[in-house]
Design a protein around this ligand. Structure first.
Ligand SMILES: Nc1ncnc2c1ncn2[C@@H]1O[C@H](COP(=O)(O)OP(=O)(O)OP(=O)(O)O)[C@@H](O)[C@H]1O
Ligand SMILES: Nc1nc2c(ncn2[C@@H]2O[C@H](COP(=O)(O)O)[C@@H](O)[C@H]2O)c(=O)[nH]1
Length: 548
């Protein structure tokens, strides 16, 4: 674009020099004629009327002429004004055919003037930078745009087809891909500014012509060989990473889910959230609440000891001091209040609360780490925290543990010997309110009475369905998903079919991968569970069972 402008300037300059020399020669050698003035004057008048009209606004307050025409009329009028003045000057002071000369000269002057005026307005510079982005009835084409204004990196996307919901959708040339949703184009790929090893996200708002750099929540996927994007629904985009293992292959970029909308309100910025797609039947996280000393930690330890590969503990952050046996990063992430407040502000927490005078919170990462390990996450949090999680989009099972009596609770708390007398009294006082809320708030799906520990543990296992049910073995899945640059991605019902060759019915095609998104659960904050990824031999196989 800028090379073109430079060439244009250079050619204009050469032309201008040529006409100037020619014109001077004309002035010196030819005779003047007054007819020229009468010939030009009506045109001048006509454009003056146009300018007047362009200032008139319609009922909605918009100019009657659109922006482009409005500008053009000014410029043409300026051209005519120049021609007029210059011709008058020539008539007065020289003896030549001024029309040819002044016309040419002024036309060139005008081109210069036009560009000058045009670039005086910074909006036009931006407009120019996005000239190669055009939008036509939902179709958008990005073609090697060089964002020389330092606003955004170059990116390449071949085809962003109409109605992303179906058909062969997106091709990504290497590191970046884009997807259009309403007025916004989500450009996904390239390196993220604050963490260069992760995939970045930017939004181009076509209505304002501006780039938006959203707050990106959740663990970001690492950069990869190439990626494709498919619009799954109104609120999330499926990103598939080429050259990665199936466990890291599918990611969801949430752009308008309940969680994203909540975070937008809290943070007051544009927000998107990453959620990794997890394969197979993954159970909902478990939230366990109850007053301090009731035995939550004891029950959780028993569960994790008996089923070490099934459950993982969400390690909370807290501003309280560590107890003698507590290890940082194992029991809690012990953190300064100011740092925790900063992290809360940055949107890193799924929930947080002030409990017994200290801050406690579950980071999004704490939940994701457990899910990444293929385990079911257990959260030990207070009632306020449980309420926040309930209001979030994290689907979980909520269990409240009640003590047999306040006396027994006090006995257990004192017997534990971890709190000062002042702390014990504070915790007991808070326990009353917590028990009331736990029993009446409607937050909890299940109540457990921890009188006899063994009995209570049995009840916990029962409600978690730990009765030996075995999940179905997975279908054959690729070890590493490696696709050529020009692979195609199609969405048919709830399946995404990724094919390395142009699909032709009846012809066998290789390296076809199917992502079944029919039973997705969860999402940001946390992982998106229930994804199925498997390989197929032919396109016909892919269609089998899809026709409903
Ligand atoms: N059913 C029970 N009968 C008797 N003692 C119990 C029972 N359950 C737990 N305890 C004991 O009560 C004490 C408090 O238990 P635990 O630390 O698990 O409570 P908690 O709910 O996790 O407390 P906090 O919320 O303060 O972390 C421990 O010493 C534990 O051994
Ligand atoms: N809202 C949250 N509450 C939490 C979290 N981690 C623990 N807790 C609750 O705090 C009290 C006190 O715990 P203690 O370890 O100091 O005895 C207890 O009721 C926990 O359930 C959290 O991340 N968020």
């Amino acid at each position: 674009m800028f090379v073109c402008i430079l060439m244009f300037f250079a050619l204009s300059l050469i032309g201008f020099c040529f006409v100037f020399v020619y014109g001077v020669k004309e002035i010196l050698t030819k005779k003047p004629t007054i007819v020229f003035l009468w010939h030009r004057f009506p045109r001048f008048l006509f454009f003056s009327v146009c300018i007047f009209l362009s200032r008139i606004r319609n009922i909605n307050g918009h100019l009657c002429f659109d922006f482009e025409l409005h500008y053009r009329i000014y410029l043409v009028q300026a051209q005519n004004l120049l021609v007029f003045v210059f011709s008058a000057f020539c008539c007065q002071f020289s003896k030549c055919n001024r029309e040819t000369f002044s016309c040419n000269l002024c036309l060139l002057c005008l081109v210069w003037l036009e560009l000058f005026i045009y670039f005086l307005d910074p909006e036009n510079i931006e407009l120019l930078s996005s000239l190669s982005i055009s939008s036509d009835q939902g179709e958008s084409r990005f073609a090697g745009t060089d964002f020389s204004m330092g606003e955004a990196p170059a990116f390449f996307v071949d085809v962003l087809q109409k109605g992303y919901g179906n058909g062969f959708d997106i091709k990504s040339k290497g590191g970046e891909t884009a997807i259009l949703m309403g007025n916004r184009t989500y450009v996904i790929g390239g390196a993220c500014e604050e963490s260069p090893l992760s995939i970045g996200v930017q939004i181009f708002d076509q209505s304002t012509g501006e780039w938006i750099y959203p707050t990106v929540l959740g663990t970001k996927p690492k950069t990869c060989k190439g990626l494709s994007a498919v619009l799954l629904s109104e609120d999330r985009i499926l990103i598939t990473k080429n050259g990665s293992t199936p466990d890291d292959f599918a990611w969801f970029l949430e752009v308008d889910t309940q969680y994203v909308r909540q975070q937008k309100k809290i943070l007051g910025t544009d927000v998107v959230a990453w959620s990794k797609g997890l394969r197979g039947y993954a159970e909902k996280p478990i939230v366990i609440s109850g007053p301090s000393g009731v035995g939550k930690g004891t029950l959780i330890s028993m569960l994790m000891k008996e089923y070490p590969s099934m459950f993982g503990f969400s390690v909370s952050h807290t501003t309280r001091a560590p107890r003698a046996m507590e290890k940082d990063g194992v029991h809690y992430h012990f953190i300064e209040r100011s740092s925790m407040e900063k992290e809360i502000e940055d949107g890193k927490f799924l929930e947080f609360a002030s409990v017994h005078g200290n801050l406690y919170g579950t980071s999004v990462e704490a939940v994701e780490v457990v899910a990444d390990d293929g385990k079911r996450c257990i959260l030990d949090i207070d009632v306020q925290g449980a309420r926040s999680v309930r209001a979030s989009s994290l689907e979980a099972i909520f269990i409240f543990v009640c003590p047999p009596s306040m006396e027994e609770l006090e006995k257990r708390l004192r017997a534990r010997g971890t709190e000062t007398e002042e702390q014990v009294l504070k915790r007991l006082k808070n326990a009353k309110a917590e028990i009331e809320q736990g029993q009446s708030s409607g937050i909890f799906d299940h109540m457990l009475y921890n009188d006899n520990l063994e009995e209570c543990y049995k009840s916990l296992k029962k409600l978690l369905g730990l009765d030996g049910t075995v999940t179905a073995p997975p279908k054959s899945s690729p070890k590493v998903v490696d696709l050529p640059m020009d692979h195609s991605v199609a969405k048919i019902d709830h399946r995404i079919i990724i094919n390395s060759k142009t699909p032709e019915l009846g012809k066998a095609s290789t390296n076809m991968i199917v992502l079944d998104v029919s039973s997705l659960k969860g999402g940001a904050p946390g992982r998106t569970r229930g994804l199925d990824i498997y390989t197929m031999d032919s396109f016909l196989d892919g269609l089998a069972g899809i026709n409903h």
